[in-house]
Design a protein around this ligand. Structure first.
Ligand SMILES: [Zn+2]
Ligand SMILES: [Zn+2]
Length: 249
């Protein structure tokens, strides 16, 4: 079976579903033959493991005050996640336009509100950012970690770097878990079910520019009042139903 026929929707499917299937077939076909989802996952997780191993080797008896770096970094990281998702992943801005290109017209096109799960492990390529990108984000945090370590205390610098690396990898793994089959072992976990619903609403094309930008814990969605309300969601879904049902003349 060719990729195109494998993803072909029924002939009478609505235009959006046909467009989604075509995008999926095109992006699926563009995944290099040598791509390994397991290697991709291993590359991503190893960024956190290496940072943690380095941090544990370099830190010396951090005090409670130094350990407060961890919750502070988690807070900043959650704020950064909200802002970057809203401004960079949903608005095309040079020179970071590749982030938008991979996210809005690709990731959001393939995975919709009613169709969130990957259909085979190779589609992890359409969910996870490249492992080198994960390492790149951590590398961007390194100068701040270095400054903290140099001017304040080495332990604070390492705690900053390790927490940043673990946060980025947690972002990737949590995002992946929302795009696994709902009846898989991970997809059935209650925390994943709750957070997946938050992210699934963000995947609705009529909601994605305005609501639910946090992917991990929706703390800054709450701060910015961008958690989509039940009323807005119901109204959007009702609008969808009306569009699909031909009106009686
Ligand atoms: Zn997603
Ligand atoms: Zn998005």
């Amino acid at each position: 079976m060719t990729t195109a026929t494998r993803f072909a929707p029924p002939k009478d499917a609505p235009a959006i579903l046909r467009a989604r299937s075509e995008a999926r077939a095109r992006l699926h076909a563009a995944i290099p033959a040598g791509y390994s989802p397991w290697l991709h996952l291993a590359g991503t997780t190893s960024v956190a493991i290496v940072a943690l191993a380095l941090g544990l080797a370099k830190m010396h008896a951090p005090t409670w005050v130094e350990l407060l770096t961890v919750p502070v970094v988690l807070l900043f990281a959650n704020a950064f996640e909200w802002r970057a998702h809203k401004n960079l992943l949903h608005h095309r801005q040079k020179p970071l336009h590749h982030l938008y290109d991979r996210h809005t017209p690709e990731h959001h096109m393939v995975f919709g509100y009613d169709d969130m799960a990957i259909r085979d492990p190779r589609e992890l390529k359409l969910v996870l950012m490249p492992a080198i990108g994960v390492a790149g984000i951590v590398a961007m945090a390194a100068p701040i970690a270095f400054a903290l370590g140099h001017f304040w205390s080495p332990n604070r610098g390492w705690l900053f770097l390790v927490t940043s690396a673990i946060y980025v990898v947690a972002y990737e793994l949590s995002h992946m878990s929302y795009h696994l089959a709902e009846d898989s072992f991970i997809g059935r976990l209650s925390l994943v079910r709750v957070l997946r619903e938050h992210h699934r609403r963000h995947h609705h094309p009529k909601l994605m520019q305005k609501w639910n930008f946090n992917v991990t814990i929706p703390l800054f969605d709450w701060v910015h009042r961008s958690v989509v309300s039940k009323e807005v969601l119901e109204e959007t879904l009702e609008h969808d139903r009306r569009e699909k049902t031909p009106r009686d003349e």
